[in-house]
Design a protein around this ligand. Structure first.
Ligand SMILES: Cc1ncc(COP(=O)(O)O)c(C=O)c1O
Length: 369
């Protein structure tokens, strides 16, 4: 793998561990995303991947004014960065309903929406919206096979949608169908695996329309099924990871063709044995919810993780002698989204030099609301 583009000319003064972001590569990924769907208005990227207002602003500049957020803080960050249509893709319960209403009040020119799959939540959203003299737009969260959240398309989902459409405090926003369980390595296999969920979603939408209920949008998929839903002209696509890409997706889905735009800078901090290097890349700087490898080292292709703790990652490699203590090493995180969330700042790299430092604004749970 060619990794010259990752390297910092000013490497010696760059602290480690650090997350480096390459905005020119982000820009290229955004352009590829738009090219895949044919229009920026068909994109609703999930901003939980990067949590950065600077990237939301670039999206908006390219005409991608819609986005998906996982938290109220991400939604607030996106609104401040210029997004004008923000789906909080979570069923809000407890005080989070009031937080959404506070956001709606604070940003009157932004269209916020949320998800629901539960009649009790729909009743609460309606009650609290009416009490606040507001209207909350609600998409129904369809379970199309992942079985993490959602309600299966069918009679109960239809009743729920009708309740949303006829509640005074709510507005029916359409359908949300996330299929993050589809991980087939080839696009033909993913197309085949997605067919059932797509057929059920389309039939459900057709039935709602037949009953005279409005279905303003269908929001579908993440990065692996992005090329699948991109072929459905009346669907908004909501990939997140492809904006930065990571080692996991590049390995599992070689057809996707997005650029790595986020890299970890780490250093050798000890060499405890002839074949062993210890790097300052512990759990606190690279996502560790997955088994190893949690990072890929292009310069050390035979690296094998052996010990991983909060601030340390020991690897074994036959090439350990080539990496004296202090050597800078570049790594591609296996899973970028939770890796970003571990860093309060990212280093911005253009043409091999650090040109800026961005605060990862939405890594916190609460901004103003
Ligand atoms: C509801 C939802 N939509 C979209 C995405 C984006 O998926 P990906 O990270 O594969 O691009 C995710 C990711 O977890 C998600 O949970």
């Amino acid at each position: 793998m060619n990794y010259d583009w990752m390297r910092l000319e000013d490497e010696a003064t760059a602290p480690s561990p650090a997350l480096l972001i390459y905005p020119d590569r982000v820009e290229e990924n955004l352009r590829r995303m738009i090219a895949l769907v044919g229009s920026p208005t068909r994109l609703r990227p999930h901003i939980k991947t990067h949590k950065l207002p600077q990237i939301v602003a670039r999206q908006v500049a390219l005409g991608v004014t819609r986005c998906k957020a996982a938290t109220i803080a991400e939604a607030e960050m996106a609104a401040r960065a210029g997004a004008t249509d923000i789906l909080v893709a979570a069923q809000l319960v407890g005080p989070n309903v009031g937080r959404l209403l506070a956001l709606i009040r604070a940003f009157p020119s932004v269209a916020f929406s949320t998800l629901a799959d539960d009649p009790g939540v729909v009743a609460t959203l309606d009650r609290e919206a009416r009490a606040a003299a507001a209207t909350i737009e609600v998409l129904i969260d369809l379970d199309v096979g992942m079985s993490r959240t959602g309600i299966a398309p069918g009679p109960a989902a239809l009743d729920l949608y009708r309740t949303i459409a006829t509640s005074a405090g709510l507005r029916a926003g359409g359908l949300h169908a996330y299929d993050g369980h589809l991980r087939q390595n080839t696009l033909p296999d993913r197309l085949a695996a997605a067919a059932d969920g797509i057929a059920k979603t389309d039939a459900f939408r057709a039935e709602l329309l037949r009953l005279g209920l409005p279905v303003p949008r269908v929001v579908a998929g993440g990065t692996p099924t992005f090329p699948v839903h991109a072929r459905r002209p009346d669907v908004e696509c909501s990939p997140g990871t492809c904006v930065l890409s990571d080692a996991s997706y590049a390995t599992q889905f070689p057809d996707l063709g997005f650029l790595h735009a986020a890299v970890l800078l780490t250093r050798v901090i000890s060499r405890p044995g002839t074949n062993r290097l210890c790097l300052d890349l512990g759990h606190k700087s690279v996502a560790s919810e997955m088994p190893h490898p949690r990072a890929i080292f292009p310069a050390i292709p035979d690296a094998r993780a052996v010990v991983h703790s909060e601030e340390h990652l020991a690897i074994e490699t036959a090439r350990a002698a080539d990496f004296p203590v202090g050597t800078a090493v570049y790594a591609l995180p296996w899973h970028i989204c939770p890796t970003v969330a571990l860093h309060d700042r990212v280093q911005v790299v253009r043409n091999g030099r650090r040109v800026d430092e961005w605060q990862v604004t939405a890594r916190v749970r609460k901004l103003s609301f």
